[in-house]
Design a protein around this ligand. Structure first.
Ligand SMILES: Nc1ncnc2c1ncn2[C@@H]1O[C@H](COP(=O)(O)OP(=O)(O)OP(=O)(O)O)[C@@H](O)[C@H]1O
Length: 246
């Protein structure tokens, strides 16, 4: 479980948000939503201590991540996988080597083990047999799937998705949504999804955290979101061009 306790963050005189508290339970998928610049990316960077707050705590398995010494901090960060916006594949490496990269860098597996793991990962994201292709030869949706295979290859406990469906057509977005759901179910990964895609939120999220007015304005389940009559929350959802009450 990730416990977020009274986090406050500012950059100079720019207060991003204050007193943010909520829990992310093991195995659940939490969507972090809110308008551009409200501090979604800054918030998730606190979960694995890539950023430090002005005050507050993030507790994972009883430890405040901001107090970890170097070795424990490194171990904790290795429990996180990240799917970067735009996939961030290495153009000079083929698909196989992109996925193998974390294994070569962070593990002691031999070549046979790496081959087996990468092939399994390619199967998992429905890209069997594409190991030789370069990222340039792949469609946007395929690149996103390769990035997902790479993000999960070290079997992280927590997976952060940064805008996983941005720039994809509806059908490809739906494939990615399904993969996010199957990753969470099959690998028992705790998923944190930063997104503007309300359609995706309603498909994949167990719970939602909505940042607004420099705070965690609202959090709850998808069902609670559907029933909410909060005007500010509804205005945001409506402006996101998806009518959830129909
Ligand atoms: N390293 C930094 N130094 C100074 N200010 C920063 C830094 N990173 C983010 N900010 C500021 O923090 C605020 C929140 O930024 P953040 O990127 O978290 O927003 P966001 O909600 O993820 O936006 P978007 O949806 O557009 O990606 C913004 O005002 C941004 O300018």
């Amino acid at each position: 479980m990730i416990e977020i306790r009274n986090l406050t963050k500012s950059f100079g005189s720019n207060l991003v948000w204050k007193d943010v508290s909520f829990n992310i339970e093991d195995g659940e998928t939490v969507a972090i939503i809110g308008r551009s610049g409200c501090g979604k990316s800054v918030l998730v960077k606190h979960f694995n201590a890539l950023m430090y707050p002005d005050s507050g705590e993030v507790i994972i398995d009883g430890n405040n991540v901001f107090e970890l010494e170097y070795v424990d901090l490194r171990k904790m960060r290795q429990r996180f996988g990240v799917l970067f916006q735009g996939s961030a594949l290495f153009d000079s490496l083929n698909t196989f080597e992109n996925i193998a990269f974390p294994l070569r860098y962070f593990s002691d597996f031999d070549e046979n083990e790496i081959k087996k793991k990468v092939e399994d990962a390619l199967d998992m994201v429905n890209l069997t047999g594409t190991g030789d292709q370069s990222p340039a030869e792949l469609s946007g949706g395929m690149r996103r799937r390769v990035a997902l295979a790479r993000a999960t290859i070290l079997q992280p406990d927590f997976l952060i998705y940064d805008e996983p469906t941005s720039g994809l057509d509806p059908q490809t977005s739906e494939e990615i949504n399904q993969l996010i759901i199957s990753m969470a179910d099959n690998l028992n990964i705790t998923s944190i999804v930063v997104t503007h895609d309300i359609h995706s939120v309603l498909k994949i999220a167990d719970r939602i955290a909505y940042l607004e007015e420099q705070s965690l304005y609202w959090h709850g389940t998808v069902e609670e979101l559907r029933k909410s009559e909060d005007r500010i929350l509804m205005d945001f959802i409506t402006a996101s061009e998806y009518q959830i009450r129909s």
